[in-house]
Design a protein around this ligand. Structure first.
Ligand code: ATP
Length: 290
């Protein structure tokens, strides 16, 4: 096989939120958050190939916009403009992360694009600089550049790396509904939230490698909005727990729900139950980390 130095491939990993708290609404419309972010083993694959000029995106998924609205395009353009890169690029996206799911699929593709093009164009930028550029594309992009387990504060760009979460098996279920992140944040009554997740306790549990401490503190304030509107979210959670999950929660603004299991067998049984009941179409048994 010939080795093509003008082509490189990068994986873009999905995330879940083990904890998501909204502290307050900011005047610019963003929200100040405190989130425990966790990379999971579901990823898109991006292939970058140097071209004479322009940014050309192709994908194996017909649902996505491939022009200037694609976050991959935004990331490539930002880097090219910021560093006066004349060369162009062809980018091929192989999509596996559920779309508009609360798993940061688009943000992770943007992060992989910044990382990949930094190498393809030999820019030699440090990750901190890529994170600064990333937040201009989306609040979750800096985290996606960092990856792993982390506390995210500010609008999500202030990151504190944490040790890897304790080993466990994850079942991930995306019901067949579309949820817009903007809708969920706009309908969150920040002043009316009376139960905030214990983000500091979650951080300590992770630092202590205490899985039951983690599962006891799963919490997401956005669940109040999304699960009220879409009862299927509550049904998936109940079904996961009935099948032996140690804990279950909606990720991000939803509608993806994850369940934490101590063993694979129960997770697969739960997957079959959810599939049989038609509660979710996109289902994965995976783990935390890469
Ligand atoms: P988050 O967890 O950050 O809220 P999400 O998982 O809810 O993200 P995404 O899958 O990132 O949502 O996509 C949200 C919207 O962004 C989609 O409706 C899609 O049209 C658009 N989008 C633009 N570029 C991409 C991309 N590369 N991958 C996925 N969606 C993209």
């Amino acid at each position: 096989m010939s080795h093509d130095t003008n082509t490189l491939t990068r994986k873009a990993y999905a995330k879940i939120n083990l904890g998501l708290d909204v502290v307050r609404r900011l005047e610019n419309g963003y929200h100040e958050v405190r989130m425990i972010m966790q990379t999971v083993g579901i990823y898109d694959v991006l292939t970058f190939r140097a071209a004479a000029s322009g940014i050309h995106i192709t994908a194996d998924n017909g649902e996505l916009p491939l022009g200037e609205d694609n976050l991959i395009h935004k990331a490539a353009r930002l880097l090219k403009e910021e560093y006066n890169v004349r060369e162009g690029v062809e980018i091929r996206l192989e999509k596996h992360i559920p779309i508009a799911a609360g798993m940061a699929g688009g943000s992770s593709d943007a992060a992989a694009t910044l990382l990949g093009l930094n190498d393809l164009f030999s820019l030699g930028l440090p990750k901190e600089r890529l994170r600064e550029l990333g937040v201009r594309i989306g609040a979750d992009v800096p985290y996606c550049i960092l990856g792993g387990t982390a506390l995210a504060e500010g609008i999500g760009e202030r990151l504190t790396p944490l040790p890897p979460a304790p080993p466990c098996v994850l079942l991930i279920a995306k019901p067949d509904i579309q949820v817009s992140t903007r809708y969920v944040y706009e309908h969150l009554d920040t002043a009316g939230v009376w139960r905030h997740p214990d983000i500091d306790g979650m951080r300590l549990a992770i630092e202590n490698g205490d899985l039951s401490g983690v599962t006891a503190r799963l919490g997401n304030v956005l669940e109040t909005v999304t699960a009220c509107r879409y009862p299927v979210i509550g049904r998936i959670r109940e079904e996961m727990l009935a099948c032996g999950a140690l804990g279950s929660l909606m990720s991000g603004s939803g509608p993806t729900v994850f369940g934490i299991y101590s063993g694979e067998e129960q997770a697969w049984q739960a997957l079959e139950r959810l599939k049989g009941q038609g509660l979710a179409k996109e289902l994965f048994v995976t783990k935390m980390g890469v």
